[in-house]
Design a protein around this ligand. Structure first.
Ligand code: SAM
Length: 281
């Protein structure tokens, strides 16, 4: 008899969100594979479970650890996988182990619980019936824009994980490639500074003029309205277009110029001159 591989979802901030079932499986498992053993030790302490069976399983040792874990499973051991937060395998290690276990006929059992993507979506106010989760947006502008162009025509709500220091650039590319759609910045879900910032992309950009928010972020964008997208998908980032979009939203020229300057890298005065025939001071 082989053992079973359990994929245990853990809290994304608030430890109270851990389920009883996860607690029981972690207590009973022969081996716990954790992305970061120090991080997971806090959860085990909270649950009153010893750290003895904890081993590191992360993106840097996934290739070498997977065969060892499979051996344990084939020998009949029960293995639980946890990541630093949320559901293993969702922008976190786990996928390779799951595939290897399936190949060996080892039972793979999900133990559901928190995941930032679902938590953010359900409270976003954006349509939830159809959504496309894209994980982290590519770091490089060219790759990011190429992905957004590919997604521009989808009617589904689009969901991305994003780092705070890349938020400004990502919003700029979203505005250029998708147009000024409804969007939500879901931040620090289940933690003290939880915040859902809702608006159009340009309004969210305006809210960031003073600086990008800190913490963990899920970025959600409404899907393409019927029959839209093609024109924008063919355009590159254009400061004049951004200025006009902001003025159309009713922003004063000075504030709009501040935003355009920040997002384009051009000077404030130069930005002020853009779209001079539109908007008010
Ligand atoms: N496996 C996790 C899950 O199921 O949500 C995701 C892991 S991924 C490495 C980490 C990213 O998830 C963060 O950079 C952030 O984009 C998002 N995230 C995790 N916790 C969050 C939270 N409490 N609030 C908002 N976003 C969060």
């Amino acid at each position: 008899m082989t053992g079973t591989l359990y994929l245990c979802a853990t809290p994304i901030g608030n430890l109270e969100d851990v389920t009883r079932r996860v607690g029981r499986i972690l207590a009973e498992a022969d081996l716990i594979c954790a992305e970061d053993t120090r991080q997971s030790a806090k959860l085990l302490d909270y649950l009153g479970i010893g750290r003895r069976r904890l081993i590191g399983y992360h993106q840097h040792n996934e290739a070498t650890r997977t065969p060892r874990v499979i051996e344990e499973l084939l020998a009949g051991k029960t293995v639980a996988v946890i990541s630093d937060a949320g559901t293993p395998g969702i922008s976190d290690p786990g996928e390779a182990l799951v595939r290897a276990a399936i190949d060996q006929g080892i039972p793979v059992v999900p133990v559901p619980g928190p995941s930032a993507v679902v938590a953010a979506l359900c409270a976003s106010g954006l349509p939830t019936t159809r959504f496309t989760f894209c994980g982290f947006l590519p770091r490089h502008g060219k790759d990011r824009r190429a992905l957004l162009q590919e997604l521009a025509h989808r009617p589904d709500t689009l969901i991305f994980y994003e780092a705070p220091h890349r938020l400004v650039e990502s919003l700029r590319d979203l505005l250029t490639e998708l147009g000024d759609r409804r969007a939500v910045i879901a931040r620090e879900i289940s933690k003290v500074y939880e915040e859902f910032r809702r608006g159009t992309i340009s309004q969210l950009m305006e809210s960031l003029v003073e600086g990008a928010p800190l913490g963990e972020i899920v970025l959600l964008v409404a899907g393409a309205p019927p029959g839209s997208g093609q024109e924008r998908a063919e355009m590159g980032f254009d400061p004049t277009e951004l200025m006009e979009a902001l003025l159309e939203q009713g922003l004063g020229r000075r504030v709009a110029a501040l935003i355009v300057a920040r997002f384009s890298g051009m000077g404030r005065n130069e930005a002020y001159q853009l779209g001079l025939d539109k908007g008010k001071d």
